[in-house]
Every structure is written in structure tokens, then in C-alpha cells.
Design a protein around this ligand. Structure first.
Ligand code: HEM
Length: 202
């Protein structure tokens, strides 16, 4: 994949998008059950988030920009699906630092996109703002991770009957950095793609 890993490393670290060979194969195996058809037969996990999305749409006929709502919607569904706990960013703008996260994630991704265009000269683009944005994204992921791992560790806690990616990667490795990076890779995969698809479709 050429210099992809170096280009994206400050944001994505080592995860399914940046790994190759056996490391990639391993990540892929961890994630595969998430994509089995069975996981999507029960759409209940989406219901409350769709309801929250609709609640955010004004009923007085005024103009609404749906794209930011779709980004919050996919953040909520991605976290619910993959980490077993939604950040509920549509419930209010405040919790889980979502606006800060979204801003930092967008900024960091803009830098990554520019680095991609330069390929081997990627290192010409970087700097304080890029690294600060990456740090904010990492903090957001770490906070979810801490909450998620706490519930994995809690033997009495009733675990979900469905496959939860975080549980599986947490069993696979307790290395915080590795977990964080896998999560950020999947965040990017699930959030932006689906939010953009919904925006373009509407
Ligand atoms: C409309 C929605 C989506 C589009 C357009 C899309 C598009 C893509 C594309 C183009 C790639 C290849 C990226 C590369 O060059 O490595 C990819 C890979 C991937 N996508 Fe999606 N995706 C979508 C939704 C999702 C969702 C919802 C998830 C999970 C939550 C997901 C998880 C992944 C993963 C894990 C990979 C890496 C696969 C691997 O390298 O083995 N995607 N996707």
C-alpha cells in the first residue's frame, strides 16, 4: 500500500486500514463476524438512533441541514454497534465531547488527505494543528475504551448477545494503543462513509 501507513499513522496508527500481510489478516479475522448477515437481521439497534435523528428535524417547515445530523447519527450507530455503547450525540450536542471530536476528526482527516496527495513527500504536511487534532481524537477513543473495557471486566454485567467488536479486540489484546487504533480505523470506516451516502441520497 505504499506509504499509506506513514501518511496516516498520526491519526490511524496500526489498524485494518494501514496494516498489510499477517497483521492485516489478523485484524480482518477479528472483524469478520461483525459483518455476518445475522448481525443485521435484527435492526432494533438502529431504532432509537433513527428516532433521535427524526427528533432533531424541525417540524415547523424551516430549513434544516441534514448532513451534520447524519454524521451524528452514524457516530451513534457505529459506537452502538461496534463498541456496545452509543455516545448518543443526537440526544444533545454536549455528551461525550462529540462536537469537539467531530471537529478534531475532520481537521485531522483533512491533513491526512493532503498528505496522501504528496505520497512520499507526505512529511511536508503536518504541524501543531494536525497533531493536536489527532490527540483530541485519541482522547475521545480512549474515553470510550475506558468505559467499554470497564464493562467487559465487570463479570456481573449482562453482556450483549450480539457480537461486539470492542469485546473481541479487548480479549485479543489489552494493549491500549492497539485497541485505540483499531477503534479509530473502524470509526472512520463506519461514520463518514455512511453519513456521506445518506447525505448524497437525500
Ligand atoms: C456507504 C458506506 C461505505 C462505503 C462507501 C465504504 C467503502 C469502503 C472502501 C472504498 C474500502 C476500501 C478502503 C481501502 O482502500 O482500504 C472500505 C474498506 C473497509 N470498510 Fe467500508 N465502506 C462503507 C461502510 C462501512 C461500514 C459501515 C463499516 C464498518 C462499520 C466499514 C468497514 C470497513 C473496513 C473494516 C474496511 C477495511 C477492510 C480491509 O482492509 O480488510 N465500511 N470500505
Amino acid at each position: 500500500m505504499g506509504p499509506r501507513r506513514q501518511i496516516t499513522f498520526p491519526l490511524f496508527g496500526d489498524g485494518i486500514f494501514t496494516q498489510e500481510g499477517t497483521a492485516w489478516k489478523h485484524s480482518r479475522e477479528l472483524l469478520r463476524p461483525q459483518f455476518s448477515y445475522k448481525q443485521y437481521q435484527d435492526l432494533e439497534v438502529f431504532r432509537e438512533h433513527v428516532d433521535n435523528l427524526i427528533e432533531n428535524i424541525p417540524t415547523d417547515g424551516s430549513v434544516v441541514d441534514l448532513q451534520p445530523l447524519f454524521f451524528r447519527f452514524t457516530l451513534d450507530t457505529t459506537t452502538a454497534f461496534l463498541f456496545g455503547e452509543s455516545v448518543y450525540s443526537l440526544k444533545s450536542a454536549g455528551p461525550a465531547g462529540e462536537p469537539l471530536f467531530a471537529e478534531a476528526f475532520n481537521t485531522a482527516q483533512e491533513y491526512v488527505a493532503k498528505r496522501f496527495r504528496l505520497l512520499d513527500l507526505y512529511w511536508l504536511i503536518g504541524g501543531k494543528k494536525f497533531y493536536e487534532s489527532c490527540a483530541a481524537v485519541h482522547k475521545f477513543a480512549d474515553d470510550i475504551l475506558d468505559r467499554g473495557l470497564k464493562s467487559v471486566a465487570d463479570a456481573d454485567q449482562k453482556r450483549h448477545s450480539r457480537y461486539v467488536f470492542l469485546d473481541v479486540v479487548a480479549q485479543d489484546s489489552r494493549d491500549r494503543m492497539a485497541l485505540r487504533h483499531q477503534m479509530i480505523n473502524i470509526f472512520a470506516a463506519g461514520r463518514d462513509t455512511t453519513a456521506c451516502l445518506l447525505s448524497w441520497t437525500l
